[in-house]
Design a protein around this ligand. Structure first.
Ligand SMILES: O=C(O)CCC(=O)C(=O)O
Ligand SMILES: [Fe+2]
Length: 208
């Protein structure tokens, strides 16, 4: 996909908006089971490199620590959060709006992970705290280095492996957050930094 092929969207803000062109044209949806699906949209976001640099510099990255059983652990990544979308960088607001239009879910908050290098990771989990509805749609935008993204049934079983590149979208749907677990594993070989933008919706925080 080239920039030339992408239509430009009018934007009321003078800051150049990242372009989502024939955006979902290359979407590939995989049915995981009766209730869940995962969709990969390669090349979804044009201008991903610029957005990556902007977020790297401007997001208020924090190092989180949390209790794991009996000990305090330092999370192997940095995090930034926008609980109120109106405080997020304009480009992310624009991206959220387009996801809202497409998936029919009002994405009004988001969090970002920064994987500084191959040592950083996210362990197996479901986004249970932000997805209390039975069925949810959770888009994750990848920026920067490509890293494997794995998903497997909560009860165990073989995992499926994706490798989203910068500008690609991975969307988990249905009961993915309860019946399935996902992770971004550590790597052996050196990789550059990656940012993931995780879109959340207040409407999905409450059970139906
Ligand atoms: O970085 C990713 O691709 C996924 C991150 C994630 O699953 C999370 O923060 O809940
Ligand atoms: Fe997650």
């Amino acid at each position: 996909m080239t920039d030339v092929a992408l239509p430009l969207f009018a934007d009321d803000n003078e800051t150049a908006a990242p372009r989502v062109g024939q955006a979902f044209q290359h979407a590939h949806r995989l049915r995981l089971d009766e209730h869940s699906w995962i969709e990969q949209v390669p090349g979804w976001l044009s201008g991903a490199a610029d957005l990556f640099e902007e977020l790297l510099e401007t997001s208020g990255w924090t190092q989180r620590r949390r209790w794991m059983y009996t000990r305090m652990v330092t999370e192997p990544r940095l995090t930034a959060e926008y609980r109120d979308l109106s405080t997020a960088p304009v480009k992310l607001r624009d991206v959220a709006r387009r996801l809202t239009e497409h998936y029919g879910v009002l994405y009004d908050r988001l969090w970002l992970n920064l994987y500084r290098d191959h040592h950083d990771s996210t362990g197996w989990h479901g986004d249970g705290a932000s997805t209390r509805r039975r069925e949810c749609v959770v888009p994750v935008l990848s920026l920067g280095a490509a890293r494997p993204f794995l998903i497997r049934p909560t009860g165990g079983g073989p995992s499926m492996r994706f490798r989203p590149s910068s500008g690609d979208l991975i969307v988990m749907g249905g009961r993915c957050q309860s019946d399935w677990r996902h992770c971004v594993p550590k790597q052996n070989a050196l990789v550059g930094p990656r940012i993931s933008v995780n879109f959340a919706a207040s409407s999905q925080y409450v059970p139906d």
